[in-house]
Write a protein that binds this ligand. Sequence first.
Ligand code: ARG
Ligand code: ZN
Length: 866
Amino acid sequence: QPIRLADYRPPAFLVDEVNLTFDLQPNATRVKARMQVRRNGDHAEALRFNGERLKPISVAIDGRTLGEAERTIDGEFLVIPDAPDAFVLETEVEIDPENNKALDGLYMSGGRFCTQCEAEGFRKITFWPDRPDVLSRFTVRIEADKAFRHLLSNGNLVQSGDLPGGRRFAVWNDPFPKPCYLFALVGGELDVLEDKLVTMTGRTVDLRIYVDPGMAPRAAYAMDALKRSMTWDEEAFGREYDLDLFMIVAVRDFNFGAMENKGLNIFNSSLLLADPATATDMDFERIESVVAHEYFHNWTGDRITCRDWFQLCLKEGLTVFRDQSFSADMRGHAVQRIKDVKALRARQFAEDQGPLAHPVRPSSYLKIDNFYTATIYEKGAEVIRMLKTLIGPDAFRAGMDLYFERWDGHATTVEEFIRCFAEASGRDLTDFFAWYEQAGTPKVTLASRYDEAARALHLELTQATPPTPGQPTKRPLPIPVTVGLLDQDGRTQAFERDGKAIDETVIVLDGASAKITLTGVDRPPVVSALRGFSAPVRLESDAEPKDRYVLLAGDPDLFNRWEAGQELARALILARAEGRPDEVGEERYAEAVGRALSDQAAEPAFKALLLALPSEPDLALAMRPADPGAIHEAREALRERLAVHLQHELRRLHTGLQDLGEFSPDAAGAGRRALRNAALELLAANPRSEIAEVAAGHYAAAANMTDAMGGLNALMLIGGEPFEQGLTDFYERWKSEPLVIDKWFAVQARDPSETALGRVIGLTAHPAFDAKNPNRLRALVSTFANFNPARFHDPSGAGYRFLADQILAVDRYNPMIAARLIDALGGWRRYTPELGALMKAELQRIVSTEGLSKNVFELASRALAD
Ligand code: ARG
Ligand code: ZN
């Protein structure tokens, strides 16, 4: 019973206006809806509105209550066979927010009411055509006990006041028609941080961030990020905010990161609250990017939304592209690009290589919640980035302007979006569209031959995409490959293409293969290809280690400088994991890293990235079949070699970078702390020194959470008594701070030592563990399954069994969160036969469990299908 893109039909009925009235009660909230309904064109079918987990009280048309024979309600739909063409539909239902542990629809968190409707939560609040192409004007009246002091919804506050019986009310009106997934409501006791912003046309917008009582100071950074985002969207895209009020609310129990409800964003508190004492630099960085992301959705998502959920990347890929561009402007383009590509490879490339691979725009699904994936978000952003590279920044901006102008106020499709760029650039983008429809990561190979006599460099590029489920054969895609040349001494060398002298060029590989000749190449070149990671592909070039050392030392494209180091390290670790260590190569690598560290011109944040070896999951993608135990050992061996070889340099960095001045969360301060903590992390791999003391000292002296976690992380890697002491101290100090205690759980889940699985299982019985809170569950279970490969892939299968037990337990009350945990088992075919069989057995145990949710069933059964 999957839903298919090809079956799209416009809605049979539209709702132009709605008045909602909420009588908020924890266990028996009453919701009345008064809707202006109209038949859409000449659709003849019956009225069919979604409605789930609703207790119906009454249904009336034009003031007349319908009898049982005039409508049916079956737990999924309200059906009215003989509805008129235009009428007022009035419904009343009762719901139980307090017992809603799926955190979907209206629920309670920390004693407050809140909502999450995307994608299909609104149908758990009231009967409604729950699809994004029905746009309606909402007026919302909320009534509640006075204890729920703040009553919020989308748009502008129209009226509020007291009611008899110790109750209060508020009425909100949102002038912009919107799909119901953007509806939001909040009710409760909250503190508020207020500010203002003057927009580019001189309008003043009130900004409010609502948080748990006492937490307002911790919203200051999010407020600052919000103001920078608003101004940036004006400058970069000409987009101005459109209401007089913009609100954000933080909630502690939230299934995802955050949600872009019109004028009333709702955030997971972990992505909103931060101060130096309780949040790390990484937290600050993520807050900045998610605040921007949700704000940018106001135009790419809210003003222009998706026709159907197959178009999800229309708003998500585009908005991720926008938030990445913002972060690059805030924090530095190269460093941001490296981080984005690391995340893309870790999550999206893995997805593409497994049974859950799907196109950026999928063509069928069972549960749309399962499609909020790295492919839709991250690869969706890469596709837009390529589009900009291909047509150039000016045509790209013109295409965006056209899109905003043409589709404002509408629900539309990816085709229409791309059409705007085709028109603005005068280019035929038909072939480009395949990036949206074809799953899988293309492999690009590059072979080069230098003809000294002719001063010519002949490049041959080919592409091939491996099959993915449901797509056995693949066509070539247009792939922009940015190329520059160095000489053997690492100096940039110019060359000619089409008679023009240049330093860099974009080669578009748009067939299965292409031959290109660059002329005017005076000296034997080192090719720097796919600069800035110009396309989401796997590049295999004929470059030799000596070429990579040239790039690592001096490629002006910092992404490729970093990439060269990663390639070298990856090859060394895999060689070791496969039983053929290259000790000479390892020494040479250590020396090159040492030289890179002493480069005065490079930023600390960049050096911190250079210092980190490819992650174990990243390495597992490159080894067939993957042996996580061997990878862990081999990676540790290289870490140890670096730690020993570079010990003086690392100690010097560690001492030299102590933050003396006041904490500032900006990129420069964060970069210095990142490098210092990276140095400590590497030092912790050196068994021959007094490093435990250094780490304990680092932890004890930490003046902020970044350094405290850096210390605790190093202690974890060292293990033994120092780690136990650190854990005890940390818990005692922070036990009243949930977001900090999440970190305490997570650091134990990442521990690669032998005893860690037993500890993790034990922690599920810790009084502070609460599987109903998604942040806490993720901190322990998801961190263990996704970031501790050595222990998750325990040869006994105990790690898999633990995860499957958790999935089944959580699925009983929160299917969305349970489904997200399946991922870690999904790649079972990539591992050694012994491990693969154990993983598969757990997936089989999951699918054969009775009463499974659709969410978990879809992912587990797809993971098993061949
Ligand atoms: N639209 C939200 C965002 O900004 C995420 C919503 C997640 N919803 C879901 N059902 N997975 O990305
Ligand atoms: Zn989004």
